[in-house]
Design a protein around this ligand. Structure first.
Ligand SMILES: C[S@@+](CC[C@H](N)C(=O)[O-])C[C@H]1O[C@@H](n2cnc3c(N)ncnc32)[C@H](O)[C@@H]1O
Length: 321
């Protein structure tokens, strides 16, 4: 554990548990446990709705005195710093002792602390018996501005799901080219652009395409939106997201759903599909495997469930036709 560099602290509601685990598995190749995860992979917390903080561990030791010596050796000179103590499972350090330890760290740093508006946050914690110190990077939640997008859709997915879909599709990479195959008013496109992912959108309905373009322009994001049936997209993508029509506002028959999945399967090897029904057969018909899946309910609604399916092209058939 001492070789791993980043400790992630997650926060989510009970109904988002499966989605958060699906996302962390796609990004880190491991599921968060007890809302914590340690990894060498560096991810910006604000690109996820569930990562609240990342601690960049610069010193670690099983022995507390050794940790303090290591922190001193870092020769940190910082005005306006603040140190926070994080209590994790298995750490029985009492409150007064925790304050003493915060002072120990404070004395290792050259500069005056600022508890009210700190310039830099540091963390001290004991994770699985190892004392860790490092800089804390918080989720800035600036993406909440997307709530004020000019155009919405009453059955659009929420921002938390949209952010997770982007991360699941891109597997934490900012280099992969993504497609939102049924982009509607662009909820997913906005989150991808905010996080610095490469994405394009497509929708058969010109009205929602225009709204999607206006939403993107409102936040000064640029992403191409194709107003066409997905079957007419010829470009290849590293991964595609499909938020299938739910038969509510955007009516779709079983054939329409099969058509959308099969057409998108022609232009990528990785699909992340959102549905309200069981689409196992439609996925299998495309020659894709379901590598992971989860269910997401709406806050307070037990009778509306969405399923998210992560699908990969069968290894023996990996070339894109
Ligand atoms: C559930 S909505 C997507 C909502 C979107 N995620 C949002 O947040 O606004 C499904 C969309 O699929 C589009 N659609 C239906 N059939 C399509 C097709 N063959 N090709 C492309 N888009 C299609 C509909 O116009 C609708 O906007």
């Amino acid at each position: 554990m001492s070789t791993k560099k980043h400790l992630y602290i997650f926060g989510y509601e009970v109904f988002e548990d499966e989605l958060c685990k699906l996302e962390s598995n796609a990004i880190f190749n491991q599921k968060e446990k007890d809302k914590l995860l340690i990894s060498d992979i560096k991810v910006e917390p604000s690109s996820s709705a569930f990562i609240k903080k990342r601690i960049d561990i610069s010193s670690a030791s099983e022995d507390y005195t050794t940790l303090i010596k290591k922190v001193k050796k870092e020769n940190i000179q910082m005005e306006g710093f603040k140190v926070e103590y994080f209590v994790f499972e298995g750490d029985s350090t009492e409150y007064p002792n925790r304050l003493e330890k915060l002072k120990d760290i404070g004395y290792c740093i050259e500069g005056n602390p600022d508890y009210h508006s700190p310039t830099v946050m540091y963390a001290l914690c004991c994770y699985k018996g190892v004392w860790c110190f490092g800089k804390t990077i918080k989720n800035n939640f600036n993406w909440n501005k997307h709530k004020q997008k000019p155009w919405s859709y009453s059955n659009s997915i929420g921002m938390n799901i949209a952010k997770a879909l982007v991360n699941i599709a891109a597997q934490g990479s900012k280099e992969k080219m993504l497609l939102d195959a049924c982009c509607g008013v662009g909820t997913i496109l906005l989150e991808a652009c905010f996080a610095g992912n490469k994405i394009e959108g497509c929708d058969i309905n010109w009205k929602v395409c225009n709204k999607s373009r206006k939403n993107l322009a409102h936040f000064n994001y640029s992403a191409t939106v194709y107003c066409t049936d997905i079957k007419d997209i010829n470009r290849k993508y590293d991964a595609a997201i499909i938020d299938l029509p739910y038969n509510l506002l955007s009516r779709a028959t079983e054939q329409d759903v099969a058509h959308i999945i099969e057409s998108t399967a022609q232009i990528t090897n990785r699909l992340v599909i959102v549905s309200t029904t069981d689409i196992t057969t439609q996925i299998q018909n495309t020659g894709f495997n379901i590598s992971d899946n989860c269910s997401v309910r709406k806050r307070g609604k037990t009778n509306f469930e969405r399923r998210i399916w992560v699908c990969e092209k069968n290894k023996s058939d990996k070339h894109i036709r």
